[in-house]
Design a protein around this ligand. Structure first.
Ligand code: DMJ
Length: 662
């Protein structure tokens, strides 16, 4: 034991002396002296505690000041770029002013006014990320501004409400939790702006419908019936199980189908869908979306619907969504990541690589450029065009053909030496031509790249099959040719024909016609009349009379549009009715083998077995967004119905205006 110190005893209390009778002295020096005395009377422990407390309070005060200042800044002003209203391409204006409302500023505030460099999300586990839907933006302008009348509740609301009460499992296995703390749902929808005269004409005129167009409308109504009843507000219909699947959880099919309904003149269906967009569509969600897929389907769908209907609701939604996609571009190379979380603003590459797909990063430009033109916000166009410029200068191409992957860090092509017109490269070529058309044929670099690519295709990828000498597009892997052709490649005849329509070399049309025949045969030579996903052409005479072989893994048909898309372009540019007949055959095959009696159409597993095509129980959103739309346009004899001189279709069949010189 240590004895207590002999000096003054240690005191753990404050001694207060009351000096009664002493005259009151409240001078500053007296107060200072008395405070100092009291301080000295405190123990070391007490002094330290008080110092710590004071330091803590000062720190808290400082931090909350910074926070408040930030909030005040965010509330008091939009980013500078948002304030600037100007045409993005000087000297250009929309080609058809009556259809297109003048460039206007959408009023949805940007989701990410201050974008920080994105660090790719670290994935420590395999499998899909856990997705959580956050409370919707209850102060969303889109839901309240301009409200004029109460609208009827969207069909399927009861069904949807029921489903938001429980956990939804997406088709990728990702879990989407029900919305938390959403507060009151938005009760009112915005009144649509009055459409311009030509817009009204497009919607009213389908009075003179021919039998085939009626057939498409009937097919659409049947598909919509299934979606409306079993999948309302969800991404995709699963028609056989009478349920739905989620991909992004954003009503993908509904958005993708909006402009098709407008074009087909399905007013009631359109109005119901619009009400859903107005009341339910909310992008403030903690959910990962694929930049390319969501751009072409959602952004493209909203922009084209805005153009056709003149309804600013769709432009506001488009701007909100575009803002939420922007973090994808915050990479070291400016080549965007494949995925972005539209709620948190965190973008990242796929889990297995830091590469992006070439077709994906080069097929978002039509939409981002148009969004800039309409809103006056330049960042969309700048980010997208930066990618185009970068890819233009990149080495690793082969006579205009591009590899399939590009690294988001280095900005270089990877997996060099593999060239295809199918998956992962296809729409790169399509968007070179279509951007050139969109911009009023001014951007010669795009045209040069497109023309070079077509020559590269002719030199390296075009071959003829046996026994019928069908012209097809194969693939090249380190200079070894493979006679493999994806159904996706069937976009090419249409793109070539579109180029010729806009003045490109006539020999492109020869290739277009030949490839169109091939794509038709890819359907015709199957027992169901529907093309498989991939075929292999015979380079040597086979024992049968067929030009194509199909591997068991490639026998499926996803209701894809590419053949009928090209038939539409070929008919528009040649007037040859055989293309309409071919399209009619394909529609009948869809009706025979993919139509589900209770509503909807399904992808199938085996196009070679008409007795057992094996439904896959999924109706992709592009069946309504693209396939049926192109069929309807193919059967129309009105060249002015979405004229090729006025509109350019994005790769999801959403028509966007061609900009004209002023
Ligand atoms: C659509 O999403 C688009 O057409 C895209 O360019 C390719 N894949 C599908 C349709 O097959």
């Amino acid at each position: 034991m240590y004895p207590p110190p002999a000096s003054a005893p240690h005191r753990d209390f404050i001694s207060v002396t009351l000096s009664v009778g002493e005259s009151y002295d409240n001078s500053k020096s007296r107060r200072r002296r008395s405070c100092w005395r009291k301080w000295k009377q405190l123990s070391r422990l007490q002094q330290n505690m008080i110092i710590f407390l004071l330091a803590f309070l000062i720190l808290c005060g400082f931090l909350s000041y910074i926070h408040m200042a930030d909030q005040w800044k965010a509330l008091s002003g939009k980013p500078t770029e948002e304030r600037k209203m100007m045409p993005e391409v000087p000297g250009l204006k929309p080609a058809n002013p009556p259809v297109l409302p003048a460039p206007q500023k959408a009023d949805a505030s940007p989701a990410f006014s201050k974008m920080l460099p994105q660090r790719p999300r670290k994935h420590f586990r395999r499998g899909p990320p856990h997705l959580q839907i956050r409370a919707p933006n209850t102060d969303s302008k889109a839901g309240t501004q301009g409200d004029t009348k109460e609208r009827a509740a969207a069909p399927g609301d009861a069904h949807q409400k029921e489903n938001t009460q429980r956990t939804i499992i997406s088709w990728r296995g990702a879990v989407i939790e029900p919305e938390q703390g959403t507060g009151l749902p938005l009760r009112r929808a915005e009144a649509p702006a009055k459409p311009s005269p030509l817009v009204t004409r497009i919607q009213k005129e389908p009075a003179l419908l021919n039998e085939r167009q009626e057939g498409v409308i009937e097919a659409f109504r049947h598909a919509w019936k299934g979606y409306r009843q079993f999948a309302w507000g969800h991404d995709e219909l699963r028609p056989v199980s009478r349920s739905f699947s989620e991909w992004f959880g954003l009503g993908l099919t509904l958005i993708d189908a909006l402009d098709t309904m407008w074009i087909l003149g399905l007013k009631q269906e359109f109005e119901e869908a619009r009400t859903w967009v107005s009341q339910k569509l909310n992008f403030k969600k903690d959910v990962d979306v694929n930049l390319f897929e969501s751009t072409i389907r959602i952004l493209g769908g909203l922009l084209s619907t805005y153009h056709l209907s003149g309804d600013r609701l769709f432009l506001r939604k488009a701007k909100d969504f575009g803002n939420r996609l922007m973090p994808a571009f915050m990479t070291p190379s400016k080549i965007p990541y494949s995925d972005v979380n539209i709620g948190t603003g965190v973008a990242h590459p796929p889990q297995w690589t830091s590469d992006s797909t070439v077709s994906e990063v080069t097929s978002i430009q039509l939409e981002f450029r148009e969004l800039s033109r309409l809103t006056g916000v330049k960042k969309f166009q700048e980010a997208a065009e930066e990618v185009t410029r970068h890819v233009h200068h990149l080495s690793g191409k082969k006579d205009g053909l591009v590899p399939m992957f590009i690294n988001t860090h280095s900005g270089s092509f990877t997996h060099l030496g593999v060239f295809t017109l199918g998956a992962r490269a296809d729409s790169y070529y399509e968007y070179l031509l279509k951007q050139w058309i969109q911009g009023g044929k001014q951007e010669t670099q795009l045209l040069e790249d497109y023309l070079a690519a077509i020559e590269g295709i002719k030199t390296h990828l075009v071959r003829h099959s046996e026994p019928n000498k069908l012209t097809f597009i194969g693939e090249l892997t380190h200079d070894r040719f493979s006679a493999k052709m994806d159904h996706l490649v069937c976009f090419l005849p249409g793109t070539l024909a579109l180029g010729v329509h806009h003045g490109l070399p006539a020999d492109h049309m020869e290739l277009a016609r030949a490839l169109m025949e091939t794509c038709y045969q890819m359907n015709r030579q199957m027992e169901t009349g529907l093309s498989p996903e991939i075929v292999h052409f015979n380079l040597y005479p086979p024992t049968d009379n067929l030009d194509v072989k199909v591997k068991p893994a490639d026998r499926h048909n996803l209701l894809r549009p590419e053949t009928v898309e090209s038939l539409f372009y070929l008919y528009r540019t040649t007037g040859d009715r055989k293309y309409q007949d071919w399209g009619w055959e394909i529609l009948q095959s869809f009706n025979k083998y993919t139509r589900v009696p209770s509503g909807g159409y399904t992808s199938i597993n085996n196009v070679q077995n008409p007795h057992k095509p094996e439904p896959r129980d999924k109706m992709e959103s592009f069946f309504l967004g693209e396939t049926l739309k192109y069929l309807y346009l193919l059967f129309s004899d009105d060249q002015n119905l979405l004229s090729l001189d006025t509109y350019v279709f994005n790769t999801e069949a959403h028509p966007l205006p061609i900009w004209a010189l002023s």
